[in-house]
Design a protein around this ligand. Sequence first.
Ligand code: SF4
Length: 471
Amino acid sequence: MPPTPTPLPMPSHVPSGRGKQGQQAPQEQGNRTALVEDLMERFPHIPREAVLKEDLLRGGMAFDDSALSDTADKATGEIKPKSYFIFSFDHRTLPELGEAALRRPPEEVVLTGGPYDLSRTVVSVRVNPSSPYRVQAGEDGALGLYLDGQRIADVGLPPMPDYYRHTLANGKSVMEVAPTIQWGYLIYLTVFRVCQYFGAKEECQYCDINHNWRQHKAAGRPYTGVKPVEEVLEALQIISDHDTLGASHAYTLTGGSITSQVQGKDEADFYGQYAQAIEERFPGRWTGKVVAQALPKDDVKRFHDHGIRIYHPNFEVWDKRLFELYCPGKERYVGREEWHRRVLDSADVFGARNVIPNFVAGVEMAAPYGFDTVDDAIASTTEGLDFFMSHGITPRFTTWCPEPTTPLGKSNPQGAPLEYHIRLLDAYRSAMQRHGLSSPPGYGPAGAGRAVFSVSSFMDTLPAEEGAPVA
Ligand code: SF4
């Protein structure tokens, strides 16, 4: 790997001479600015953009009324609204959010400038009215991100894409059927909006997919449980015709796990039918990805035969005890060891480089069962990284959002310590270096100022020189 990027100079108000790695971070509940700046200083090789992004992803951001612009109107709105593409990714339920939910916040924000001299940083929006981070208009009317009352970045909002202004023949919006995220790079096709792991004994303990479906239905929002294949194709046609910026490069087919059948199909056939239809209608137009369970090799082969090129059999959390506690359905139906075996087997089908299992970064530290120390949590996850990477498989991670209706979110509303997330970025980059791997394909460019992957800053942290070409 090339040398790590040169750290940006620290702003003048950053205290100097603070502790190095291993020393105690300022109290999580105290002055957040001090916590952030302490980590920026102790980990100068981690881009400061990534430090802020992780803090925003784990803890959310508040929106002042001045930053909300009734973006939900697809005909006249100028800002691309939050689509709730699979989970809620909010720190409050829709009724609790009130105005902030009715006047939809943007899907993402892009941060630049400010005292940390941020290069362009795309961050997925997770709404938290209690967050010390606040998006609001300054005296000049320009939007800014404020932390502890200080303006720390300029805020750009995603423009409403042309394709969102069109509707399907049945009146459904493109945003509902085929939303795009990552600044338009990825079309996110949650074609099955619920999960057949249901209830406390089966649902993953950090996942609100089923609750999110219920709350959107209760709010009277369009939220299709099973998306008809023809609707997906129609929405993709609109995107293909009206993606005037040429931003879309990949699609992800995903949804809840299927333990029995949906519409007479098992999981591989259910998700596979969409892949087959998409690749027949738009051969090679986008890079096809599937997020599904770790399935037997023959099932996985069907995805590949249909034209899917990247497979995400997410392993969720590495530690054996935590997997059993946090993913009781997966443990019962598949089992952790079998899950891992299938992940490795799928490399025979897709090639190791194109098998990219996700884990939910932060749940390792969730009370009451998680690790007590950052050291132990990082050591455990590093063991998992080494396991997969030694086989040429590159895991990736999303930053845990402690949604309030999930068991882990209820008992850990603050999420994991920020230090955990920063040290994970460090450990991840080191593990890739140890195993001679570069950034995984299908995520757009790597590097601070270039990355578009919005739900974790792992792509912001990897060296730009190693960035996979835009797929
Ligand atoms: S398998 Fe777990 S994480 Fe995936 S949708 Fe179902 S409950 Fe959520």
